[in-house]
Structure formats: structure tokens, C-alpha cells
Write a protein that binds this ligand. Sequence first.
Ligand SMILES: [Zn+2]
Ligand SMILES: [Zn+2]
Length: 432
Amino acid sequence: MTAAAPPAWNLFKQIFADHWDGFKRAHPRYDRRYYDGLVEKMLGCGNPDQMGYIDYRCLHCGEGTHRVAMSCKSSLCLRCAKVYVDTWVSQVSRMLHEGVIYRHIVLTMPALLRTTFYHNAKVLLSTFMRCGVTCLDAVFTRVSGRALQGGYIVVIQTHGRNGQYNPHLHIIATSGGWDRQAQQWVHLDYVPYPLLRKQWQWHLLTMLRQTVKTQEIKRLVDTCYTRYREGFVTNVQKGDVPAHYQSLATYLAKYVVSPPISLRRIDRYDGHHVTYHYRSHKSERVEHETVAVYTFIGRMIQHVFPKGFQRIRYYGVQATKTFATIKHLIQEALAKVRGIVQGAIKIIAPLTYRQRYQQSTGRDPLRCPHCRREMGVWRIWHPRYGVIHDEPEAIRRGKYASQAPRAAPTGGAGRTLWPAAGGIPLSLPGLR
Ligand SMILES: [Zn+2]
Ligand SMILES: [Zn+2]
């Protein structure tokens, strides 16, 4: 569930409400139930009658109430994006290990390949991710002269700063690899840039040629070799990331799982055009862009991944069950080269609805405004399952009958009908 929505949320919804049907006619590729479903869910997000809700009520004085609409969690929904990022950060930080040095590596592709990639996204997305891993293993192996397998957390991102299609990989890689034969961890102090660039070019182009067997791709591959003699753009974050996993994951989240165009960047919509701003890498300035409404919808929807697609994947030693055993060998090896590597893992639990609400409004939504005590769950309603929980009904059936003396059901003056318990131990699977 999400806290109060910013005003741009209404603009965003309006854009889709006005133009989704027209957009689909212009771009039949998106005329699918799957995309309709995402749009529909997004349009209903935050609307309790469509999405379902939880009603809270003060069980002490009976006065305070609070209704929380359930969120849609559609990948298109900018209102749910923040929750998505929080969950992601928590998930990634849980996969990072103390005493292991990680590096953040970005692998990109030149602009002339992007259109072809887009048209073949279905077959290319997964292979692309795997390709980045093969490339890094090859680089590690080349540098050390031994067959190494690194550990990788790979996240695929398809948009650049202004929401245009620009597929690239963010990889959190170990600073070396596992030599299976010697049963040893080999630490590499740095990754040589020129080698990485060339290796990435070779791995990516080879993969493209083998996966998309058209004349067009053959031509593009040849052009890429002649035009980019130094290889493709790759980035290695300067320095290692040994200690602050929390900040690493948070920092990554900004680049990696943020939506193509976030709500706070949408400035205006006049029915035909949308204006938004973004910070440009090139000019280092905030740029404003006004695009036709179909272009805007296209920029949002082209980044939606196929149903069930996993955007974060774990490869190499990072993915194996044996990592726990290898881990202490990694830590030992690193301690030898570096002295003790400091690092405290902090697992970041995703914020609850209550915490997020409190963060954005400064008010605890579940504290009764009348008696200041904590409210309890009163009723839960889901559009498909109907009433899941009904506290008044439970009370009527005598849920609290065995507790301290209470008023008679007739409820004389000055008596209370509300149960005296301070909170209701109710587990709500899937609800936060
Ligand atoms: Zn939503
Ligand atoms: Zn109260």
C-alpha cells in the first residue's frame, strides 16, 4: 500500500485514461490482455472500491477510523514504484556478503543496436543478462590466467535518463573469482578497462549474431566492429564497495529500478503533450522535454518486461548453494591482501505502509486522533474475495467474550462495546 499520492499522479492517470486505446491502435504490439491489465490495475491503484481496502478503527473509543486502499503493484504504476524500489533494496542487500568486495560494473550497447534489440527483446533479454556474466568470467580468467568464476548480481535496465530505450546491464560483481580446480579464491585488484571494453564488444556482438540470424544484424555487427575499435562503453565504479552494503543497494536502486519517468518529473499535460524534466548526463543540467502523448505512453510502456520476467538474477558463485562454504575462503583470501576487510551487513527490511505514511506525512496513520491509542483492523475487503476479515462480526460472535468484564450487548450509557484489547494479533499474508 502506498501513502498519499502526489498531484502528478492524477496527470499520469489522466494520460492513460485519455489515450491508452488510441495508443494501442497506433501500436498493435501492445494490444494485449497483459498490457491492458497493467493499465487497468494502475488506473485503479489507490481506489479502495476497485482495489480493496483495510479499514482500521479505534477499538478503545470507537471514534478513530482510517481506510487504506490496497496498491496495484503493476510495473507500470508510478505510485507503486517507491515500494518496488524499497523491496528491491532489501532483496539485494540480503544477497551481499560481509567481507566480500564488490564492484559495480555497467555494460552498455551503442545506439545503433538498440532498435534491433527492442524488436527482438523477447528472445534477447535473458540472453543479454547471461552474456554480461560470460564476459566478466572471461575477463577475470584472462587477467589471472586461471579459469575463474565470479559471483554476480545482474540487473537489466532498459531506459536512459530521459526514458528512451537504452538497454544496459548493471552488475554487482565480486572482485575476483573462484578457481574451482585449485579450490581457491583469486582476488583481482582491478579490471583493465581496454580489455573489458573489447571483451564486452566481442561477447555482445557474438551473442546477437547467434541469436538474431538476419542479414540486418550481420550488417550491424560488422559496422560495430569497424566503428568502435576500442570496444563498447563499460563502466567500473571507482574503488571497491566493501562496507556499506546499504548505501550500495540504495545507490544502485536509483539507477536500476527507478521508473523511466518518475512522477515528480512530470510537469504538465495539456491533453496532447506531456512535459517532463530529467537530469542529463551529457550536459549535467536539468533538461525539459515536451513530447506527444503517444510518445510519452510509449516511453513508459516499452520498459515493461514480459510477464514473469526476472529483472534481477544471481549468477556464478553468488547463485550457488555452496557460496556459504566458499564465502569464508573469499574472506580469508581478501584479508590476506587487504588486511581485514571491514563491513557490516545490514539487512534493510522494506518499510511498512505505516512507516511510509509516517515518513511522507509526519503522522502515524494508525493512531486514533481522538484518544491517541492504537487502532485495530476493523474490516478487510478484496474485490475478488469479498470481506476477508470482519471485526464487528467477530465481536458479535463473541470473539472477546472470555476477556475482562465488558458491557452487555445492549450497551448502556457510558459503557463501551469495543473490546479492551490493545491490538488484534492478526496475520495478514501479503498485506503490508
Ligand atoms: Zn499502483
Ligand atoms: Zn480512540
